[in-house]
Design a protein around this ligand. Structure first.
Ligand code: PFF
Length: 443
């Protein structure tokens, strides 16, 4: 079949930064910090790193191999290697893109609002009480629309002119801000208490099933796996890329930013004695407690708060772009639409789908659970089986550009056995948990 010339990244740096941009986002700062706080600090981080390396990296490499090999968007890529019976999985990926972006953009809208508050008036002690006003209702919806508009504008401008250019420009700024804030946080009186909690090694907390599920869910969410985002980005790659090196670099950068973000969040919260307010709340750590910390820092808090939320906006934007790109690339490939039209129509549909999440943080939380526990983990399991058992000679595909690498048989063994076993085990618990969360929402 003849395809029109496919867009390509202009450089390896461009691709890697765009992929790191997809990986680094709200997950690294918002989810990572509350999960770590909830599950006992560094012990959880160790488990999370282990799962990222054992399960995340093999699946990431699998996505890169399918994308680069097929040079197609997810639905077509799966059909290309597995036949039409794999088409539904591709549709599931597109549905996941829709679903995740619909609430992700609502949270990103909150960060826009917070950055605006820092800039215009600074935070004051009433900020915690303002949270529900900021997070729900028409205000939340308006900021969600604004964020979606920015995402559509970038994706509509193309792979090179939009996605790559944004990542090249913004990702270095994000790295600088996060590192700068970590250094600043270390100078706060009482920062040590935050490090004590963050770096505590209470491994006894790990012996629970929920912790494993949360670590796996976080690894997939943070690395943007299980819904074809990395696959789609890799479909714009030329043949000469060393995919194993790229996947290690992406995973390493993602872990590094999450870890450094912890070095920002924990000391700030503990230096100001606000730790009680963090526990148990999924949104609490970032959107209620930290702004209170910024309020207590006075004038400095205004600058620090603005920089913090600016970094979050950058992370969210470069991630949202990859979520939308899955939908847009599939629409372009499947319906033959031009990029701009696909981006605008998909953007409007996703913005509308986000309405319930903008209305209620409970709905948002449940949609997040469904997306993570079912779509991403289920998608990751299916992808591992696909590349491990169905795709013809995936090792030949990843070897292109990486001729000296010797561990590909191990990689395939992992995809065939270890990854499905771990993810199957996790899903066994995640499915009823998610079901209960949905029932709770309606009762
Ligand atoms: N990795 C992003 C984050 O950590 O915020 C979220 C995300 C982006 C998930 C893209 C899935 C995806 F396809």
């Amino acid at each position: 079949m003849n395809h029109p010339a496919r867009e390509q990244w202009s450089s390896r740096r461009g691709f890697v930064l765009a992929a790191v941009g997809s990986a680094v986002g709200l997950g690294n700062m918002w989810r990572f910090s509350y999960l770590t706080a909830e599950h006992g600090g560094a012990a959880f981080v160790v488990l999370y790193i282990g799962i990222t390396l054992l399960v995340g990296v093999p699946v990431l490499l699998a996505e890169l191999a399918i994308g680069r090999g097929s040079q197609r968007s997810p639905i077509r890529a799966l059909v290309h290697y597995g036949g039409r019976r794999w088409m539904p999985l591709g549709f599931l990926f597109v549905a996941a893109g829709f679903l995740i972006l619909s609430y992700y953009s609502v949270i990103a809208g909150w960060t826009l609002r917070y950055a605006g508050i820092a800039l215009v008036s600074g935070f004051d002690s009433t900020i915690a009480d303002q949270f529900s006003e900021i997070a729900t209702g028409w205000d939340a919806f308006a900021f969600h629309l604004a964020f979606m508009a920015g995402t559509v504008a970038i994706v509509g401008s193309g792979v090179k002119g939009g996605i790559e250019r944004t990542a090249l420009l913004l990702m270095p700024i994000l790295f600088l801000i996060v590192c700068g804030l970590a250094v600043y946080a270390s100078t706060l009186d009482g920062a040590g208490r935050g490090y004590d909690v963050y770096l505590a090694t209470d491994f006894s907390k790990l012996l629970s099933f929920r912790v494993l599920k949360d670590a796996a869910g976080q690894a997939f969410f943070s690395l943007s796996l299980g819904m074809g985002a990395m696959l789609t980005f890799a479909s714009y790659l030329g043949r000469d890329h060393h995919l194993p090196n790229d996947s290690m670099l992406i995973a390493g950068a993602d872990l590094a930013v999450a870890f450094v973000a912890g070095l920002v969040v924990f000391p700030m919260i503990f230096a100001l004695g606000l730790s009680e307010q963090v526990s148990g709340s999924t949104v609490g750590a970032l959107f209620i407690t930290l702004p209170q910390a910024f309020a207590e820092m006075g004038a400095v808090g205004r600058v620090v708060g603005f920089l913090f939320f600016a970094a979050l906006i950058v992370g969210a934007l470069t991630s949202a772009v990859s979520l939308l790109e899955v939908v847009v690339a599939s629409t372009m490939d499947g319906l033959g639409w031009p990029r701009r039209r696909a981006a605008v129509v998909a953007g409007i549909a996703i913005a509308a789908l986000g309405f319930p999440s903008a209305w209620s943080t409970e709905v948002l939380g449940v949609v997040d659970q469904i997306a993570n526990n079912l779509f991403l983990l289920g998608g990751g399991l299916a992808l591992a089986v696909f590349v491990g058992w169905v795709m013809r000679d995936p090792i030949a595909q990843v070897t292109i550009g990486a001729e000296g690498v010797r561990w590909f048989s191990l990689w395939r063994f992992f995809l065939r056995f270890a990854v499905p076993a771990i993810l199957g085990f996790v899903l066994f618990q995640a499915v009823p948990d998610t079901w209960n969360a949905v029932i709770d929402l309606f009762s």
